[in-house]
Write a protein that binds this ligand. Structure first.
Ligand code: AHR
Length: 497
C-alpha cells in the first residue's frame, strides 16, 4: 500500500509542553508499596525507594507525576502521611478496599519525585473534604515558613518549601464510584472556592478542574460547561480521562480508539472555548489529559482480590504488542493536539496499569507500552507539526474511515522526528513524506517496534521479548523522506540537519 504524508515549516500545531509525558502514582495496589517504595529490597536507597524502578522511570523521561490519586484522593487525609512514620495512622481505604499504612505521604513522595527527575502534580481531596484542608496543604508544601503548616513542614525536616506548581481540584467528581461524588453545580462551586483560597496562599500555582471521567459519562458535555461556568476565572486546565480495552478481540476496532481519543479532546476544546466566548474572557483554559491508557486485562483477576489487605496486586495489566501499538497512536494524538493539551499522564507508572512492573523483593522490568512512551518522551519535545495524510482506510463499527496511517512530526532545533503507526495487519506501507521548508536533513535512525504476535508480552523471565530495534527502512531523496512501514508497526524516524 502506498501512502503520502506532508509536513511544512508553516503548518505547526504548537510547542509540545514536556508535561504531556507525565504519569501517575496512586496509593493503589502495589504502585507505592512494592513499586516505588520497598525498604529492605536489595535495590532500596537510604529512604527505601527502589533504585531499579527509579532507573526505569528516568529511562522513560517522566517530567511530572500526578499523586496521590485517583479515586484514593477523595477519602484521603494528607496529614496522615507527614511527620514521624511511627505516629502515622492505618486507615481503611474505601476507594480500593485496602488498608493504607501511610508510610509514604507527601514528605516522601516529593523526595522520590526529585530522585526520579520529576515534578509532583498534587491532587487535593474534594470528595470527603474541602477548601480548608486544601489551603492548608498548599501552605504546608509551598509557604516558606513562619505559619503553622509551613513550620510543621520545617519541623518534619524540610526547611525549603516543596514548590509544587500543579494541583488537581479533586478527582472524577462526576462518578458515582467516587467518595463524595457531586453534581456539576455542587462540584463547580466547591472547586471555585477551593481554587480561590489555594491561589491566595500561593498565586503562582496552576489548577486543574475535573472534567468528565470519560467520554461515555451521560453527563459529558453539560458537566464540563457547568463546571467551567463556575470555575473559569480560577482554573488553568480541565481534565480528561480515558481507558481502552480490546474486549471484543477486534484489532482494527481497538487500534481505531485513538480517533475517539482525538474526538474527545476536540469536544472538550470546543466546550472550553464556548465558555470563554460566553464570558467574554481573554483567558484560554487548556487540557490536562491526566489519566489515559489501556486498562482491561486485570478486570477479572481484580474481582478475586481479598479486601482489606495492604498493597494487594490490583490492576496489574500485562500489556501485549497490540496495546503498545494503541499507546503509540494515543501518544501521536496527544502530540497532534499539543496546542491545547498541555499536560497528560499515562495512568499509571508502576505495577498498576503501568509501563513498569516489579516483583516484591525481586526484579523490575519494562512492559511493551514502555517503549512508545519512552520514544515519544525522548524525541517528541519541540514543535509539533501538522500532518497532512493521504492513505487508504478501513471501516469499523461506528466509524466509516480509519486511516491505516497515524502520524505526527516534532521539530527540534536541528532535528525532525516523524512518529508513525501502520495499522494494517496485512500490508507494508510505502510512505513518502514531504518536508516542505526543511532542507539538508538526513536520516539518523529509524526505530521500530514490530514483527511480534499481537498478544506477545514481556515478563520478568523474558523482559526483552518485545523491544524496539533500529532496523527501519528510511532514506532521504532530496526533500522527500521515503520509508517502509511494516505491517502493524510503531516507527520513529529521526532526521538530523
Ligand atoms: O487509574 C485508576 C483509576 O481510574 C483512578 O483511581 C480513577 O481516577 C480512574 O477511574
Amino acid at each position: 500500500m502506498k501512502a503520502a504524508l506532508r509536513f511544512s515549516k508553516n503548518a505547526v500545531v504548537g510547542e509540545v509542553d514536556k508535561r504531556v509525558f507525565g504519569s501517575f502514582i496512586e496509593h493503589l495496589g502495589r504502585a507505592v508499596y512494592g513499586g516505588i517504595y520497598e525498604p529492605g529490597h536489595p535495590e532500596a536507597d537510604d529512604q527505601g525507594f527502589r533504585k531499579d524502578v527509579i532507573d526505569l522511570v528516568k529511562k522513560l523521561g517522566v517530567p511530572i507525576v500526578r499523586y496521590p490519586g485517583g479515586n484514593f484522593v477523595s477519602g484521603y487525609n494528607w496529614e496522615d502521611g507527614i511527620g514521624p512514620k511511627e505516629d502515622r495512622p492505618r486507615r481503611l481505604e474505601l476507594a480500593w478496599n485496602a488498608i493504607e499504612t501511610n508510610e509514604v505521604g507527601i514528605d516522601e513522595f516529593q523526595e522520590w519525585a526529585k530522585r526520579a527527575g520529576s515534578e509532583v502534580m498534587m491532587a487535593v481531596n474534594l470528595g470527603t473534604r474541602g477548601p480548608d484542608e486544601a489551603r492548608h496543604l498548599v501552605e504546608y508544601c509551598n509557604f516558606p515558613g513562619g505559619t503553622y503548616y509551613s513550620d510543621l513542614r520545617r519541623k518534619n525536616g524540610f526547611e525549603e518549601p516543596f514548590g509544587i506548581k500543579t494541583w488537581c481540584l479533586g478527582n472524577e467528581m462526576d462518578g458515582p464510584w467516587q467518595m463524595g461524588a457531586k453534581t456539576a453545580d455542587e462540584y463547580g462551586r466547591i472547586a471555585a472556592e477551593t481554587a480561590k483560597v489555594m491561589k491566595w496562599v500561593d498565586p503562582s500555582i496552576e489548577l486543574v478542574a475535573c472534567g468528565s471521567s470519560s467520554l461515555d459519562m451521560p453527563t459529558f458535555g453539560t458537566w464540563e460547561a457547568t463546571v467551567l461556568e463556575h470555575t473559569y476565572n480560577y482554573v488553568d486546565y480541565i481534565s480528561l480521562h480515558s481507558y481502552y480495552g480490546n474486549r471484543q478481540d477486534d484489532l482494527g476496532l481497538f487500534l481505531s480508539r485513538s480517533l475517539d481519543f482525538g474526538d474527545f479532546i476536540e469536544s472538550v476544546i470546543s466546550i472550553c472555548d464556548s465558555v470563554k466566548a460566553k464570558k467574554h474572557s481573554k483567558k484560554t483554559v487548556n487540557l490536562s489529559f491526566d489519566e489515559w491508557n489501556v486498562w482491561y486485562h486485570s478486570n477479572e483477576q481484580d474481582k478475586k482480590i481479598e479486601p482489606w489487605t495492604i498493597a494487594p496486586p490490583q490492576l496489574e495489566d500485562v500489556y501485549n504488542f497490540e496495546d503498545a501499538l494503541l499507546v503509540g497512536c494515543l501518544l501521536i494524538t496527544l502530540l497532534k493536539h499539543a496546542d491545547r493539551v498541555k499536560m497528560a499522564c499515562m495512568a499509571q507508572l508502576v505495577n498498576v496499569i503501568a509501563p513498569i512492573m516489579t516483583e516484591n523483593g525481586g526484579r523490575a522490568w519494562a512492559q511493551t507500552i514502555f517503549y512508545p512512551f519512552m520514544h515519544a518522551s525522548m524525541y517528541g519535545r519541540g514543535t509539533a507539526l501538522k500532518p497532512s495524510v493521504s492513505c487508504d482506510s478501513y471501516a469499523v463499527k461506528g466509524r466509516a474511515e480509519v486511516p491505516y496511517l497515524e502520524s505526527v512530526a516534532v521539530a527540534g532545533e536541528d532535528t525532525i522526528t516523524v512518529f508513525a503507526v501502520n495499522r494494517s495487519a496485512d500490508e507494508a506501507m510505502e510512505l513518502e513524506t514531504v518536508l516542505a521548508g526543511f532542507e539538508g536533513y538526513t536520516v539518523e535512525e529509524h526505530l521500530t517496534l514490530d514483527g511480534h504476535g499481537i498478544k506477545d508480552v514481556n515478563t520478568a523471565d523474558d523482559p526483552c521479548n518485545v523491544i524496539p530495534k533500529a532496523d527501519g527502512e528510511s532514506v532521504m531523496d532530496g526533500d522527500v523522506l521515503k520509508s517502509v512501514l511494516r505491517p502493524l508497526s510503531w516507527n520513529v524516524i529521526r532526521l538530523k540537519k
